[in-house]
Unconditional design. Structure first.
Length: 403
């Protein structure tokens, strides 16, 4: 096994740039309909709660596919799955733009969720295998930063294009972004040097899954992913309806500008990775929870500048939590002799399950009690995340070199 790439080496730069671009593509495609929810509701004559299905079915497909993609990567390899996922997902995105009806669009979005699973299923495992151990948290933070920028790109570009040309051209524009990023990844991402294929046997898969579900620390991390993502998506799903309604009454393009706060998530995840390398992951995650809760509370006043500030603070806090937790999972799994790819897949399955369930609940919360109900839902989920972070602080580390 070759020593992993270190900071400053060409291989390290190629990996971080490629996975940053892959994160942009994956999450731009995944969240491309979130800024379009009010437009989709009008175009298809559906309710706010029904429109959120265009995102929820995608995250459901992604979450379920992760249970297959993670173990599959242990047999086929990491880079092959990444390239296949990005290429096929961009093509499916073009199909979404041409969907003739609501149910066809939902079907294609479900397929897109399945095809998108290749990157998130293997990204953190690939980083653990190919980079020097001292750079893992930092590189994971940069990758999560790419996903943050991708989330912003998908929402911002879609909202802006939809205001001028409609939702179909908006989805087509995001498909082009996905294709461009797929080309960048194909050109830059180094082939795996330290991947070792696992046996292609069903009993081996069952054993890997059992072990990945047997560690209390990993179970807590899976739940942190589900609850933190649920709170984050609940706020952003309902935000479009809030900003296009009184007293703000913004257009889709103007409402989409709130997603300009997303680069803050890129910065906070990268900074959190550095802090985790220095002070330990156990110390950083609870701080991220407090920041997230403060941001959600700030969105309550009917003042656009304060709402945007609240979204910025919440976004920073969420990406601190997710950036550290997602890199923690493969590290803890490896230290405990558990397949890193399988553990990462289970974390992301929980993460997207939380997105699907609580993202859909946000539409119901909005219909039932407007913005205060959405805030209560999100704060409860962040409170649970904080309690789980406290539980993690009390569990022994499996790696004496990490905290």
């Amino acid at each position: 096994m070759q020593e992993g790439y270190r900071v400053g080496e060409p291989g390290y730069r190629r990996i971080t740039v490629a996975l940053f671009a892959a994160g942009v593509a994956t999450f731009a495609l995944l969240y491309s309909t979130q800024a379009l929810l009010p437009d989709l509701a009008r175009a298809f004559g559906i309710s706010a709660a029904q429109s959120t299905l265009s995102l929820s079915v995608t995250t459901v497909g992604l979450g379920v596919a992760l249970l297959v993609a993670g173990p599959l990567s242990e047999v086929l390899g990491r880079t092959r799955l990444i390239h296949l996922s990005l290429g096929v997902s961009a093509v499916v995105a073009l199909g979404c733009a041409a969907a003739p009806g609501w149910h066809v669009l939902l079907g294609l979005r479900l397929v897109q969720g399945i095809t998108l699973a290749g990157l998130p299923a293997v990204a953190t495992a690939y980083l653990r295998e190919e980079l020097h151990p001292g750079t893992h948290a930092r590189a994971a933070g940069l990758y999560i930063g790419g996903t943050a920028l991708g989330g912003m790109t998908g929402r911002l570009v879609a909202g802006g294009v939809a205001d001028v040309l409609g939702w179909r051209w908006a989805l087509a524009a995001i498909a082009v972004v996905g294709l461009a990023c797929a080309v960048v990844v194909r050109l830059l991402l180094p082939a795996s040097r330290n991947f070792r294929a696992a046996p292609a046997r069903a009993d081996h898969l069952v054993e890997m899954t059992k072990r990945a579900l047997s560690d209390r620390g990993l179970l807590a991390l899976y739940a942190i992913g589900a609850c933190s993502m649920g709170a984050f998506v609940a706020v952003y799903n309902a935000m479009g309806f809030r900003l296009t309604s009184a007293p703000f009454s913004l257009g889709l393009g103007a409402a989409g500008l709130v997603f300009l706060v997303y680069p803050i998530g890129s910065v906070s995840s990268a900074v959190a990775g550095r802090l985790a390398d220095r002070f330990g992951r156990r110390s950083v995650v609870p701080i991220g929870c407090l920041i997230t809760a403060a941001g959600i509370a700030l969105t309550l006043p009917a003042s656009l500048p304060v709402v945007v500030l609240g979204l910025a603070v919440m976004t920073a806090g969420f990406f601190v939590v997710h950036g550290v937790a997602s890199g923690w999972v493969p590290g803890r799994a490896h230290a405990g002799g558990i397949a890193a790819g399988q553990a990462a897949s289970l974390y992301l399955f929980a993460y997207y399950l939380g997105s699907s369930v609580f993202g859909s609940l946000s539409g119901r919360a909005w219909s039932a009690g407007a913005w205060p109900a959405v805030v209560v839902l999100a704060l409860v989920l962040v409170a649970v995340t904080g309690l789980l972070a406290v539980v993690l602080r009390r569990l022994p580390s499996l790696d004496p070199a990490r905290r």
